[in-house]
Design a protein around this ligand. Sequence first.
Ligand SMILES: [Mn+2]
Length: 444
Amino acid sequence: MRILTRFDFVTAIIIFCTLQKGINVNKSESEKKLLSEFSLFKSFLDQSGMDSEGLVNKAMNFSVAIPSWGLGTGGTRFARFPMPGEPRNIIEKLEDASLLNSLIKITPKVSLHFPWDEVRDFSEIIDYALSNQLEFDSVNSNTFQDKKNETNISYKFGSLTHTNSSVRDLAIEHNLQCIDYGLKLGSKSLTLWIPDGSNFPGQMHTSRALDRYLDSTAKIYKHLPEDWFLLLEHKLYEPSFYSTVNNDWGTSYAFSCHLGEKAKCLVDLGHHAPNSNIEGIVGRLLKFKKLGGFHFNDSSYGDDDLDAGSVNPFRLFLIYNELSDAEYCGDLPNDLAYLIDQSHNITDPIESLIYSSLELQRAYIQSQLINRESLYYYQQNNDPLMALEELKKAFRFDVSLILKMARYSLGGEIDPIKAYRDMNYRQKKSEVRKFKNNSSIGIV
Ligand SMILES: [Mn+2]
């Protein structure tokens, strides 16, 4: 979570009401409705022993970063269906990110991806970000497709673990360049996901590939600035379908231990075998002090990149339960990277990002409602049913008014999807963002 100067939301509302709009005059119907509903809700929370102001403050201090690649329409291996008005370059992506943050106020950071984000002038995008209250999150490298105009060296058979040292050197050099870009942007981490693996039994020498991984990543690690992290992202399969070099959390953990303290594990929710206990993985990595961050999304079958919280909100809540438990115990690192990583194939990316961000914020606040001492009691006394009920009580609790009040107090929209639709933003942008050619590759 970002550390913001906490301020009392009640004071903020009073200032907002008295100085700008006057108490009970000139307020919109939705503002009056929210304030009246929240007043009753607050009484209920207070009578139930819940810290209503503390919960709103926590919701206000919540944040998650937006991936630059999530602002355009995504696709599958088969096709991509671009939507009119989608961003064509990094400035237009930042423009959309700025609008998104102005609506929900919990997405002030954008994570860039090289070379997908073509930056000709770093000072231009830094100035643009500054003047639009945006910052930059982790930088992401890309060695899963060949560089434009690169004809001699190919990542077809791997990158950092390729059998040919020239290919490995090119991949290392690219990652070092990403760190240099990140330094200009104010990033504090490099997220490293590589596609390396094999499609045929016998194709790759397993232990030699691990050696090459460690050798290459050690060179990248050595280049890391003092206050940076190297976030190792594992993935079970795809694009390699028989074996993958960094395929699971245990391998990622072993790599991170080998590299050193600044190497941490990044958990992408879609990068596990079906039915893996992801919350358990999160708990273990927290315990081992090797959790570096998240790529949030949801899935049904594999790495589906569906919107966070759309399929299994209870799983999301259980992951936040681990984080909130660590927070309660004083063990939660304050520098975890929280990023959404999902593909918006059939929705407006801005709407999906609004929805997903709010689902994450919801899961976080719900997990804060868990009565920890009561849960520990049931755990200690081997009462599984009541332990589950402690979790379910929090999960069933509707915290929408807390989220709305947090958003309103920060100057965001009470109903951000409606506000966005009322703006007709995409239609207006389609008049200035003209594509020369609407056909495109699949997944982005
Ligand atoms: Mn990811």
